[in-house]
Unconditional design. Sequence first.
Lengths: 168, 953
Amino acid sequence: MDIIKLVGKYLNIPVGSLCYNTDKTITTVLDKENVEGFASIVLRLASKSRQNVTQEQLLLSYQWLEYIAMYGNQASTSPVFAKNFLQGLNRALEKKTFLTGNQLTVTDIAVFYFLQPLVANLNVLEQESLMHLCRWCKHVQAQPKVCSHCAPLPLNTLTLSILAPAVH
Amino acid sequence: MKIYTNENNTSTLKLLIAGNLAGARLELQKATLEDKFPGPKCLPLLEVDEELTFFSSNAATQYLFPVLDLSQNGKCQQMQEWEATCLQPAVTTVLSGKTASDVKQVLQSLLLMVDGLLKKHKYIIGDKLSAADISIWSTLYPLIYNSDTKQAYLSECPNILRWAEELNTAKAFQEAVKQWGGNVSGPFSSNSALGIPQITNLPTPVGSPDDVPVGVTQEEADLAKENWLNGLDKLQPPLKQEKLVLPVKGRRNVLITSALPYVNNIPHLGNIIGCVLSADIFARYCRLCDYNTLYISGTDEYGTATETKALEEGLTPRQICDKYYEIHNSVYRWFNIGFDYFGRTSTPEQTEIVQNLFMKLLDNGFMSTQSVEQLFCEKCERFLADRFVEGTCPHPGCAYDGARGDQCDKCGKLINAVELIEPRCKVCSHRPTVRPSEQLFIELGQLEPSIRTWLASVEGGWSGPARAVSRAWLRDGLRPRAVTRDLKWGVPVPMDKYRHKVFYVWFDAPVGYASITQCATKHYEKWWKPDKEYDVKLYQFMAKDNVPFHAIMFPASAIGANQGHKLVDYIFATEYLNYEEGKFSKSRGVGVFGTDAQETGIPSDVWRFYLASIRPETSDSSFNWTELCTRNNSELLNNLGNFCHRSLSFCANTFKGLIPEMQLTKTDYELFALVNREVVGKIRGATAIGVCCQLVALLCTLIAPYMPDTSRKLRAQLNLGDTSFRINSSNPSLIQYIPIGHKIGKPEPLFTKIEQELVDQMRTKYAGTQADRAKQNGEVKGDKSSNVAELEQAIAKQGEKVRQLKAATKDKSVWQPEVNILLDLKKQLTIAQSQPKPTHTHDSDVASLEKAVALQGDKVRQLKSSTKDKSVWQPEVEKLLDLKKKLAAAQSNTQATPVANSTESIADLEKAIAEQGDKVRKLKGSTKDKSVWTPEVNILLDLKKRLAAAQIK
């Protein structure tokens, strides 16, 4: 729920009144329509922000948001699970700048907000092993408006400082 | 396009249906979840091209069949998300058989919901087929087309059955099921390596990391202002450093000791952080606060271990101590350990103080005598300490022959030296006899009550490990403990009866602090037996294994002697430091040693910073090369180094190096308050720079105990004298360290970056034990000379032979080849001598030796065919064998050269083995003379061994 609010704040779009329905699925009302599910809400917000996305980007966005919707809960509660969960993201980001290709989309922002506490709990060595993911985090949090509500994550591993040098 | 999938995965159906509807050509390929795909381990995976893959079956379905979701405003995606997060997990859980009743209920209600949708419309969304239909149909497929589950779950859902049957008759669906080839009765394979998602699904991250920052209170801000304006004047008067540091009346006098490192080895990083570095940081802090500080330590030199080591290295104990004292001293000097005095225990002062303490204890009746059975070597005329006896381990099932008198290295059990089977003296191998020996014991039991009372009054300020260890010792009660033993290297017992005995090292080592103080100040009593008017506090630093001696045994001796001896006020004990994953070990030589740290080229300040930051305070911690470099690059270089350098550079460039005047406002003081909080961190223009420079000065002061070199560099850049940087310990806060208008020096970067390559290099370099490393070095160095020597020997032999042959016969054809060999050998020798690199030597050696062997072989064959006289060709055969042996030796040497060659050499070795095998087979076939083919077989075996070794590498 916090994540949706943050995404709304980032896009500067009202998110409606968020609540959980009987299936414990997050729900809100946007444009007088019921929108259910994390991925759906984020995608709806994105479409309202009039960002131009291709069909391909939309599907890739959906795929990642679905991933979070399916496994995010367990990843937040179990560090062991989180490790495998993050590995998946890390592998995907090995060859891509952003989740949906070479362009930043709202999906990156939403996923970043979700991952922030998980990545903050990693120690230096774990960060090293999730290098691509950390690199992506660094890119995303350097975008304007992303970290307006909180301090950026301290990502200063050895390899990262070579891959993505400190912003001076 | 390709679909990667595992067996019987219903999600694959989705893709196949969508593909058929869109008329796309799809290729099915078997895969497992462990295969390397970009992205999460999920199947099926749709690979459109190298750039674009979908691991989510729903996204893939939409991709393949997109026309259906153009105007639905995300409705289709919403249904699919519901399918993925709610329906799919419930169905999969039910199908896996491990079903709890609540999951069944969940599934029931989900199905009823779908049924409701299908009651209103023909399809899931309105009257058109959509990707959502495909997804839900595929997921429900095994449920619907298995009569058992159909009965159990779908009897109340007529609309679902109607809808499903309608779709099932469609051509695209039927074909897809055929292509899929799955079985509705399971078992089904998993979609994802992460397993089935939790059924109630929502990302709610645990615990928000942002703590609400507590604002600065007015009081804090006022205090910060007050300290800023007047703090400098309120600083305590500076302490004048005397040459001999002695307690001063009316000041805090701090006596700091770090555990005396045992002299018989080189200290490793664990030892350094455990005692000397921790103590040094504390000592430096105390000096900053203008406490009158004396920091001493030294090497602990007496005891059996020194005698053993001396025996090992063939030196006298005194020489060993001198040698290792120097090593210790230089290591600590490199680490910038600022001892006031680094002494040693083998001094006359030590003897005097120990004997004095002992006599007092004797007079006060705390000494008793007891006869102990001990091994006596008649040949050496002395009692043997545990470590001087070796024999067969008495523990059943072990029977290890080289067991030491105190412990068996093989089974690890403790041994009573008298119980050893077949004991022998380590020095002369003579069998010792058991003889009673009278020893002096200290009655710790009688002193126990006073120890307990004293401990209860002081242990509050001790570190956790120190308290834990000392309590554990007291729990078991104290027993008498021997203070003397039959050795030569130690403090002699000052009684005629015990002339040949010395004090046990545990008894004399803690006195070392006092004797070293005596060496340093000439008046040790002023520190160790202070007047009541003097405020002297004793702080001792050590690793936890030393706690019993400092917390119990020595205080007991001091209390027993009753001379007003200073007892320890604070003990700071650490746990152990591990090396990467294993343990540091002095005796086995594992880890990074003080001398190694020097060789890395990493500045000692970085070592100090890193070691101090991983100090094992409450639990064991690990040394890690990667972490060391990361901390250097991120914390020292990026944070500290950048801040200081930029502040000072800006000051130097913009204000000509003069500290500008500052107009401070309320927010600045609030900032100072925050800074002060950190001591117990946007301002405008000149003020900002001025403040930053002051902060640099504060940082410079604060880091001084940890990184003295860096602090010194900063001081030079700030252009201020040592005395400016001090801390008011009663009220530590930011003060104006630098006067306004002060001219600063030239700003320079403080730290340099450590690259990843160096890390890897270090890790390989310091792997294994010290002995291994030494061996490696030794081999590389040793090889060349031995080869040259071998060649010289060969030349001498060959020369002799040529002379003999020439004398015996005039037939040139007989001796000419021998001469050739001789010439060849000489050539090799010059090559070997001229080539500095051992690796090359091996190569040319092997090559030329092989050549020589071939030549000699030819010759032998010729000789054998031309004459039957064995005496003629026998020497030649011997020579051949000799050459072959050398060749083998040279080859095995080559093998010892760097690992880099190993891939190449594996191929070579395999080839060589094949050839050699053939040769052996031929030889065995042609002759029965074992002496002929045995050497060849040996070579073959040797080759095989080397191949195995190379492959392991």
